[in-house]
Ligand binder design. Structure first.
Ligand SMILES: [Fe+2]
Length: 376
C-alpha cells in the first residue's frame, strides 16, 4: 500500500511532511526538492535522469507555498519568485523513508536442522514460464541464501537456461558458463577428488560473484556431498558469543589472491571477513583460507587475528550448522555467495558439474523490478 501524504508545512527553507501511515515525519529542504524536481525541465521524463544543473540552483531558493493535493497522492511546491509549480508524487516521497526494519525481517538465518526441514524450492517448468514463480524463487534466495530448482532436465542447455532466466552469466578468468567433465576423456571411473573445505568464492575479486549456480549433471560416484553453511548465522553467533573476535574480523582487511604465472594472472582484493554497511548491517561474508594472501599485523594484533579466525573456522566445522545434500541430476542450486559458505566432500568416481556465476547487481535488479511489477 502506498503511503498518502497527510500534511505539508513550509518552514523557512524546509518542508515538513507527514504521512497517513503514522510513521515519523520527514523534512526536505527546498534545495533538495528543486534538485529532485520531476518536472521535465529538471528530469528527463523517460530515463528519469537528472537534467537540472544542481550548481545553478540558488542556495537560498524560496517557495511561496506548499500543499498536499490529489487526495494526499501529491505534494505541490509553488516556487518564488516565478510562481512555477512542481508536483511530487507521494509514492516517491514515501519511498525515501529508510526502512531499516524491512530487510532483516525478511532474512531467515538457519542451522542445518531448520533448513533441512523446509528446503526452499521451486519447479523448473513454472520458473521458466511464470514471472511470479521467478519472483518467489529470488525472494527465497534473498530470505534463506539459496533455493533449489527441481525437475530440471539434466542437460547443459537447461542448466544454462535457468541461469539466464535470472541474469546474464558473468565472465571470469575461468570463462562463463562451465560444464566440468573432469575424467570423461580419461574414462577413468576411479577418479578421486579431494574434499574442499567451507569457503566463499572470489575473495581475490573486488566484486566477488554475488551468486553461484550448480547443477550436477552426472553423479556416478560415492561421496561428494555438498555442504552449505549460513555465514550470516555464524556472524550472529560470533557477535553474541565472541564479540571481540567478531569485531576484529569486521575490521581487519584480509587480502585474497589468485595467482597463475603460466596464464599471467594475479588477482588481488582485500576486505574484512564480515563486511557491514554504514547502518551496521552485515552485507558480506568472505572466507577462503586457501586463497588468503600473505599479510602481516603487529604481533599482538596478529595473535588476536589468528584466534578470531580460528573461532570462525570452528563454527564453520560445526556440523549442526551444516545443510548436507548430495546434488543429483535434475536439481539446480542457486546460492548467495556473499552469505553462504559452501564445501564439498571427497568423492570417488565420475561427477559432472555445470554452473555459472551471476553478478550481485544483476540479480538485485531482477528482484527489484519483479517486486515493483507485482506491487503495481
Ligand atoms: Fe567454490
Amino acid at each position: 500500500m502506498t503511503a498518502l501524504l497527510r500534511s505539508a508545512a513550509l518552514r523557512g527553507r524546509e518542508v515538513q511532511l507527514a504521512f497517513g501511515d503514522g510513521r515519523p515525519d520527514m523534512t526536505l529542504s527546498l534545495f533538495w526538492l528543486r534538485d529532485h524536481d520531476p518536472d521535465t525541465d529538471a528530469q528527463h521524463p523517460q530515463t528519469q535522469q537528472r537534467l537540472i544543473d544542481t550548481w545553478q540552483i540558488p542556495e537560498d531558493i524560496a517557495a511561496q507555498w506548499v500543499a498536499v493535493t490529489d487526495a494526499g497522492s501529491a505534494l505541490q511546491v509553488c516556487w518564488a519568485p516565478d510562481s512555477r509549480v512542481s508536483r511530487y508524487p507521494a509514492a516517491f516521497l514515501a519511498g525515501l523513508r529508510a526502512d531499516p526494519d524491512t530487510m532483516p525481517a525478511a532474512r531467515v538465518l538457519w542451522d542445518g536442522e531448520r533448513i533441512a526441514a523446509q528446503v526452499p524450492e521451486v519447479d523448473y517448468a513454472a520458473l521458466m514460464g511464470q514471472d511470479a514463480v521467478l519472483l518467489a524463487f529470488l525472494e527465497q534466495v534473498d530470505r534463506y541464501g539459496f533455493c533449489m530448482v527441481e525437475g530440471v532436465p539434466a542437460t547443459p542447455e537447461a542448466t544454462r537456461a535457468v541461469a539466464e532466466r535470472v541474469a546474464y552469466i558473468r565472465m571470469t578468468i575461468f570463462g562463463g558458463y562451465y560444464d566440468f567433465t573432469a575424467n570423461l576423456e580419461h574414462k577413468d571411473t576411479a577418479y578421486t577428488s579431494m574434499a574442499i573445505g567451507p569457503h566463499t568464492d572470489g575473495t581475490y575479486s573486488l566484486d566477488a560473484p554475488g551468486y553461484q549456480l550448480f547443477h550436477c549433471l552426472a553423479a556416478d560416484c560415492s561421496g561428494g556431498e555438498n555442504v552449505l553453511i549460513d555465514g550470516f548465522r555464524i556472524g550472529q553467533i560470533m557477535r553474541r558469543e565472541q564479540p571481540e573476535d567478531y569485531a576484529l574480523l569486521s575490521t581487519v582487511e584480509i587480502p585474497g589472491q589468485y595467482l597463475d604465472h603460466a596464464r599471467g594472472i594475479h588477482l588481488m582484493a582485500r576486505r574484512p571477513l564480515f563486511r557491514h554497511d554504514r547502518a551496521g548491517e552485515l552485507r558480506q561474508v568472505s572466507y577462503n583460507n586457501h586463497d588468503r594472501a600473505p599479510f602481516v599485523l603487529a604481533p599482538d594484533e596478529q595473535r588476536r587475528f589468528y584466534r578470531a579466525l580460528a573461532s570462525f573456522a570452528r563454527l564453520c566445522a560445526d556440523v549442526s550448522l551444516h545443510y548436507r545434500r548430495r546434488l543429483l541430476p535434475g536439481s539446480v542450486l542457486l546460492f548467495d555467495n556473499w552469505r553462504l559458505l559452501h564445501a564439498r566432500e571427497a568423492y570417488v568416481g565420475y561427477r559432472r558439474l555445470a554452473g555459472a556465476y551471476l553478478n550481485r547487481e544483476d540479480v538485485d535488479s531482477r528482484l527489484r523490478v519483479l517486486r515493483m511489477r507485482v506491487a503495481t
